[in-house]
Design a protein around this ligand. Structure first.
Ligand SMILES: Nc1ncnc2c1ncn2[C@@H]1O[C@H](COP(=O)(O)OP(=O)(O)OP(=O)(O)O)[C@@H](O)[C@H]1O
Length: 253
């Protein structure tokens, strides 16, 4: 279980970006963080993987307080698909994906042939095997996203943190990725993802955490949380939730 207790974080003095939030989720669950631009989703996710310090409150992965874990130890427990894609080095796609095994290598060691073979299989899984020798910096936004997702899966951790993984993906790939995330959670991984599309969250996720101005305004099983009232409070716009062919659909009136 990942447990967040009384988490607060400030980028600037006297201004709380994250203000005393509490939540937890288990392996086997797919959780969506929903909220307007600038509400604090990325900041929460960066605290979870140890990237942002110092924060107030506590974050536990199973029984370990991440405050006491080294970055390499955290990377064996949580893999991350970040929102930003810039790489200052010109690595090939295959190199980037192979780097997913880095937390398991002893200092100074490089990924071996087996790691590269596995990385190539991962690229083929996402239908981007043909990009393996290309420079990562020359890829489209969506291609980069798929590569970073492949790298996170190479890391093979119990928990996955994804920051708007669908934002650059086409209609079909958004669906395929959400389906894959669902499958990973059903296979036992705990997956938390920031999303901008409440329809994807409603269709695929088990739990929803609604974040506004750095606070959680509602959270829990999606059936309880994803109603028009909560969504209107979250996004400050007139929203309806309807059913078409037995499927729920959320739209702005
Ligand atoms: N490095 C930083 N220094 C100062 N303020 C920051 C920094 N990073 C983010 N912020 C501010 O913190 C707030 C929360 O940002 P965050 O990126 O967590 O929001 P978000 O919900 O992920 O937004 P979006 O949906 O637009 O990606 C915003 O007001 C943002 O301007």
């Amino acid at each position: 279980m990942i447990k967040v207790k009384n988490l607060s974080f400030s980028y600037e003095p006297n201004k709380k970006t994250i203000d005393d939030i509490n939540f937890s989720f288990n392996k086997g669950e797919l959780v969506a963080l929903l909220g307007p631009n600038g509400s604090g989703k990325t900041t929460i996710l960066k605290c979870l993987n140890g990237l942002l310090k110092p924060y107030f409150g506590e974050i536990y992965i199973e029984d370990s307080n991440i405050r006491h874990l080294k970055n390499r130890e955290i990377a064996k427990l949580i893999s991350v698909v970040p929102q930003e894609h810039a790489s200052v080095f010109s690595y090939s796609v295959l190199d980037i994906v192979s780097m997913g095994v880095t937390p398991y290598l002893t200092l100074g060691k490089m990924p071996n042939n087996k790691d590269y073979e596995k990385a190539f299989e991962m690229l083929k899984f996402f239908n981007i095997g043909k990009l393996s020798e290309k420079n990562f910096n020359q890829l489209s936004g969506g291609e980069k996203q798929l590569v970073l997702i492949a790298r996170a899966l190479m890391q093979d951790t119990d928990y996955l943190v994804m920051d708007e993984p669908t934002s650059h993906l086409d209609f079909k790939n958004q669906y395929l990725l959400m389906k894959e995330m669902k499958k990973l959670s059903e296979e036992g991984k705990g997956v938390i993802t920031a999303l901008h599309d409440p329809n994807l969250a409603l269709r695929f996720c088990d739990k929803i955490i609604m974040v506004k101005n750095g606070q959680i305004i509602s959270s829990g099983e999606k059936e309880k949380v994803m109603n028009a009232k909560n969504l209107q409070t979250l996004y400050e716009v007139d929203i309806s939730v309807d059913y078409i062919n037995d499927k729920s659909i959320i739209y702005i009136n």
